[in-house]
Design a protein around this ligand. Structure first.
Ligand code: GDP
Ligand code: MG
Length: 206
């Protein structure tokens, strides 16, 4: 049995649902209110990917600031994939995705210079008051090098596991063709300074 360690980041404006997403993905629950995320929350999910492969995902969830900020390089270091999330009922959170993606691409890349795989998630698709059209998301996703985009609802548990599965699939396919990811022993996993390893995922709020 081999085990791959994948560091995956989740970025996007505050209140779009990042911490709820991580919490849902890791523990299968949706909570309405959370305490404020401070710094970085670090969560772990282990997937049995195939008979012989396990994938250990380290999800790095940033503090829930309202607007885009440039993240430190430490946050991006060794990341193999990224989720960029916005809220379909909040246009400015959609517009910020350009900055989030640019900041990511400026600070981390694959050994061959390509950007790391990144999926765009249009969260809160359960809400009636959507302001961002599927057409504009589609155009934006193609123009900015996302592997794909998906509508999600953390509230209704729509596409959460599927979105992560696609991202992980893409990461694994890239790395098996570029240079295989060495299966890393658990103890070499790098946690962010001062972070808490929490398989139940702490959350942020707005
Ligand atoms: P973060 O700041 O990006 O980490 O966002 P949070 O996870 O703290 O979520 C912000 C708010 O949006 C909370 O009140 C969540 O309950 C709510 N929320 C998250 N996902 C969804 C969703 O899919 N649908 C709806 N209606 N609300 C959501
Ligand atoms: Mg948060």
């Amino acid at each position: 049995m081999t085990e791959q360690l994948l560091k995956i980041l989740i970025v996007g404006d505050g209140c779009v649902g990042k911490s709820s997403f991580v919490h849902r993905y890791v523990s299968g629950q949706f909570n309405r209110s959370y305490k404020m995320t401070v710094g970085v929350d670090f969560s772990v999910k282990v997937l049995q990917w195939s008979d012989r492969e396990k994938v250990r995902i380290h999800l790095w969830d940033i503090a829930g600031q309202e607007h885009f900020i440039s993240m430190t390089r430490i946050y991006y270091k060794d990341a193999l994939g990224c989720v960029v999330m916005f809220d379909v009922a909040n246009e400015s959170s959609f517009l910020s995705c350009r900055h989030w993606k640019q900041d990511l691409d400026n600070k981390v890349m694959l050994p061959n210079g390509d950007s790391i795989p990144c999926i765009l998630l249009a969260n809160k698709c359960d809400l009636a008051q959507r302001v961002v059209s599927a057409d504009s998301i589609d155009k934006f996703s193609r123009a900015n090098g996302f592997i794909t985009w998906m509508e999600t609802s953390v509230k209704e548990n729509t596409n959460i596991g599927e979105a992560m599965r696609r991202l992980v699939q893409h990461i694994l396919s890239i790395h098996s063709s570029l240079n295989p990811l060495d299966p890393r022993p658990e103890e070499s996993a790098t946690a962010p300074p001062g972070s808490e390893v929490n398989s139940n995922a702490a959350g942020g709020c707005c």
